[in-house]
Structure formats: structure tokens, C-alpha cells
Design a protein around this ligand. Structure first.
Ligand SMILES: *Cc1c(COP(=O)(O)O)cnc(C)c1O
Length: 436
């Protein structure tokens, strides 16, 4: 470059007026594009960028959307990964979110022109999916559902010591319950609790008996728990509601996940309320779902705190489409058969080898994850690469998150939608290309 580079720095207005840059500003917002222009101008001043390349540099630096959240390929083998946004929405749910994003009839009855019940479609989809429930309510997440139950039913909550669970990242269910002003009446010991422990603890101040599924650990050996079908008859006639937090949101029992409670069985066994997350094994948006007896659900709905916890139109749309639409991705991943995973991995490894990248197909172990289901190992298949791939794959234009096992980077295919295999292959090839 000749002369003073500062003289030849293209003016901000001129760059912003270039048609592709103006189009990007209309899509992403002027301020976001302007900061990309300023960054490119600085590179010209530093002598890093020829002035004629400013427009191309700006366009190349712009994000795909006006949000900094980016799509990531989940090759961790953890199906419901909290750090990766838990359940990916089904295409049907994504469409429903887009359709409901503008003005929508979430709380208006278009026939009468008057206010209607909020999110009725999602609620009736829940009731159709779980026939044992009389009524449904949707709040922000399962923690919100617990907070609402503890606040509205209040008083003393009877809970087994072995069910005082920490879900993850320091989130402890007993702390949440106590923060509402409810008192905990802990019964039994860490490993054992009996029916009499529960019934002896009941008194005039009892607000509810709470069962919390210990989602992320198991206690083995000399243990005893009291299940819903044993507790419910003992509580019948006492007027004390039995509330079960089942966590993961299975609608029905799943053959691969024995011991994982589901909503239909829990309510049919006599729980008065069952709570779960929307974005774990249910495969939908972040939400807390409350199902059960109409009178109790109505009490929660009428409590002032509900207003602070209720969900927006896009969540209701995504939840309804998850329940009514095609099988959501998380369920497809859970049900994917090993042979299919192996042929996908073989195809990916073959495409990499053809391009000169060393890749092997290996057996691996996937997990449900998300703190929402026990750590059941799910047999899976991974593509094994040199360990040095892990970081550049994470930092690439389409970030891929795998995991490092000893001296290899493993890309597990069970947590990845089959449609993403091509993008996964391309991302690995892109890293390899930069190395050669
Ligand atoms: C995951 C989990 C929660 C918390 O659910 P969020 O939807 O993340 O608030 C509560 N209880 C149990 C048993 C869980 O597994």
C-alpha cells in the first residue's frame, strides 16, 4: 500500500450506501452493520485490509441474524444439553413460532371478538396427550411450576430426604421451595423412607406432599422409596394433595428408560398434580407443565404469582406444535437405532477419508442429559478424529461441539439430526483444509 492509509479509508456513509450493505442494515439494523463497518475501517488504518475490500470484509463479518445466539451442531452425545439450549424444536414447532410471532389470537376469541382463554390450543393438546389429567397450566419452566405450587399450596411441604435434589449449576430444589416461604418437613433418611414416615408427618399445617424425581443420580443398595401408587391411597381422604415433579416430561413410559416416571402413569397412579419441563424429553420449548386435578390447577391459575410466571405466545405455539406435530427431534434421537447411527457414521468417516482426513467409526455412549433423566447409557456411534480437532471445530463458522476422550475428538451422532451430517462433514473438512 502506498501513502497514508488513513486517507484512503472509505467513508462510513459511502460503505453503508453500498446496496448489499444497505440491504444488510435493513435486515440486521443499522447500528450492528455500522460497527462492522467501523471495524473494517480500523483494519484499513492498521494496514491489514486494502480499502477496496472493505465492503466484502463487512459482509463477511456480519452475523446471520441480529441475535448473537448461533446455531451449533451438538455432537456431544448428550441429547438434552442444557448449555446448548436443551431440546431442538421440531420444524413444525419452528413454523408455529414464526406464525405466532406477530400479532396473534393468543387470548382473543375471533368468533366473538372478546377476550378468550389464553393458549387454549396448547392446553388442550396437553390434555389430549395425557388423558389422566383433568386440567393443564403452562409456566416458564419446571422450577417456576415448583415455585407456584409451593407458594399457592404453601404451608408445610412433606418431602423425603432422598428427594432433596440439586439439578445442576447449583440449582437446589429445596432452596427454591424454601425461598417461597414454604416450610419443608423432611421425612425418612437419605436412603430409606416408609409410608408411615409420610403419614406420621401430616398435620393441620401440611400444604402438600411432594415427590421429586431424583433425575440425575440413583441410590443403590439398602434403599426404599414410596412411590405414587402407594402414597396416593394413603393420602386419599386427608385432603392433602400429592404433587409429583417428574422432571423430564415423558408423556408415557419409554422402553429405553425404565424407571423414568411419565406424566400419564404418575397421574393414573393417583398424583393430584404432575409437573415437568417442556424442553427435556418432551422435546419442546422451555416451559413448566402442570397437569392434574382441575380444582388444584385452577387454584394455581388464580394465584397472583401465576401472572409473573406465565409463558408468551411463541412458547404456547411451540408447545402445541410439539405435541400435535411430527415426532420432535429429541424423541427421534432417543429412538434412533444403532444400525442407522452406524451407517451415518460410516458415511461421514468415508467422506472425510476420501478428502484425506483420518477418521474412524467407534462405539460410544450417549446420554439423555439435561439433568432431566437418570444417566442411562444409550448405546451410540461416533466418528473419531485427531484430538486437535476439538477446539477449531467449536470455533468454526458452524460451531461443532463434540467431546474429547483420551487422545481423540469424538463426534457422537445420536445427538445430531441426520439432516446435519452433511454440515458436520463440511465443518471437519473446513478445519482440515486450513491445516494443509
Ligand atoms: C430439570 C428438572 C427441574 C428443573 O426444570 P427446569 O425446567 O429447568 O426449571 C426440576 N425438577 C426435576 C426433577 C428436574 O429434572
Amino acid at each position: 500500500m502506498t501513502g497514508d492509509p488513513r486517507r484512503s479509508v472509505p467513508r462510513t456513509d459511502a460503505v453503508l450506501a453500498e446496496p448489499p450493505v444497505a440491504a444488510a442494515a435493513a435486515r440486521l439494523g443499522r447500528e450492528l452493520v455500522k460497527s462492522a463497518v467501523q471495524a473494517a475501517q480500523q483494519r484499513v488504518r492498521d494496514g491489514d485490509l486494502p480499502p477496496g475490500d472493505v465492503v466484502a470484509a463487512v459482509l463477511g463479518a456480519l452475523p446471520g441474524t441480529a441475535s448473537s445466539l448461533r446455531p451449533v451442531l451438538n455432537a456431544t452425545g448428550v441429547l438434552v444439553h442444557t448449555n446448548l439450549g436443551r431440546a431442538p424444536l421440531s420444524p413444525a414447532a419452528v413454523d408455529a413460532v414464526a406464525a405466532a410471532s406477530g400479532t396473534t389470537d393468543v387470548e382473543l376469541d375471533l368468533r366473538t371478538g372478546r377476550r378468550g382463554p389464553r393458549g387454549e390450543g396448547a392446553l388442550s393438546a396437553l390434555l389430549d396427550a395425557v388423558p389422566a389429567a383433568e386440567a393443564a397450566l403452562v409456566v416458564n419452566n419446571c422450577a417456576a411450576a415448583l415455585a407456584l405450587v409451593a407458594t399457592a399450596l404453601g404451608g408445610e411441604l412433606v418431602i423425603a430426604r432422598g428427594e432433596l435434589v440439586e439439578i445442576g449449576d447449583g440449582f437446589r430444589i429445596p432452596d427454591l421451595l424454601v425461598s417461597t416461604g414454604a416450610r419443608l418437613r423432611e421425612v425418612g433418611t437419605t436412603n430409606r423412607v416408609s409410608l408411615a414416615d409420610y403419614t406420621d408427618a401430616l398435620g393441620p399445617g401440611t400444604g402438600a406432599v411432594l415427590k421429586v424425581h431424583p433425575s440425575n443420580f440413583v441410590v443403590r443398595g439398602f434403599t426404599r422409596a414410596v412411590e405414587v401408587d402407594e402414597l396416593a391411597p394413603a393420602l386419599a381422604g386427608t385432603g392433602v394433595p400429592l404433587v409429583a415433579d417428574v422432571g423430564s416430561g415423558l408423556l408415557r413410559p419409554h422402553p429405553l428408560l425404565p424407571g423414568e416416571p411419565d406424566l400419564q402413569t404418575t397421574l393414573a397412579a393417583g398424583a393430584d398434580l404432575a409437573l415437568c419441563s417442556g424442553d427435556k424429553l418432551l422435546g419442546g420449548p422451555q416451559a413448566g407443565i402442570v397437569l392434574g386435578r382441575a380444582e388444584l390447577v385452577q387454584r394455581l391459575r388464580r394465584h397472583p404469582l401465576y401472572r409473573a410466571l406465565r409463558v408468551d405466545k411463541t412458547t404456547l405455539a411451540a408447545l402445541e406444535a410439539t405435541l400435535r406435530g411430527p415426532v420432535p427431534p429429541v424423541r427421534q434421537m432417543l429412538d434412533a437405532d444403532l444400525g442407522g447411527l452406524r451407517s451415518r457414521a460410516t458415511a461421514v468417516a468415508e467422506a472425510l477419508r476420501v478428502a484425506g482426513v483420518r477418521a474412524a467409526v467407534v462405539g460410544s455412549t450417549a446420554r439423555v442429559g439435561g439433568g432431566g433423566a437418570p444417566e442411562f447409557p444409550l448405546p451410540s456411534v461416533a466418528v473419531a478424529l485427531d484430538v486437535r480437532f476439538a477446539e477449531p471445530l467449536r470455533l468454526g463458522p458452524v460451531p461443532v461441539v463434540g467431546y474429547v476422550d483420551e487422545d481423540r475428538t469424538l463426534l457422537d451422532l445420536r445427538s445430531l439430526a441426520p439432516d446435519d451430517d452433511r454440515a458436520l462433514t463440511a465443518a471437519v473438512l473446513e478445519v482440515a483444509r486450513r491445516w494443509t
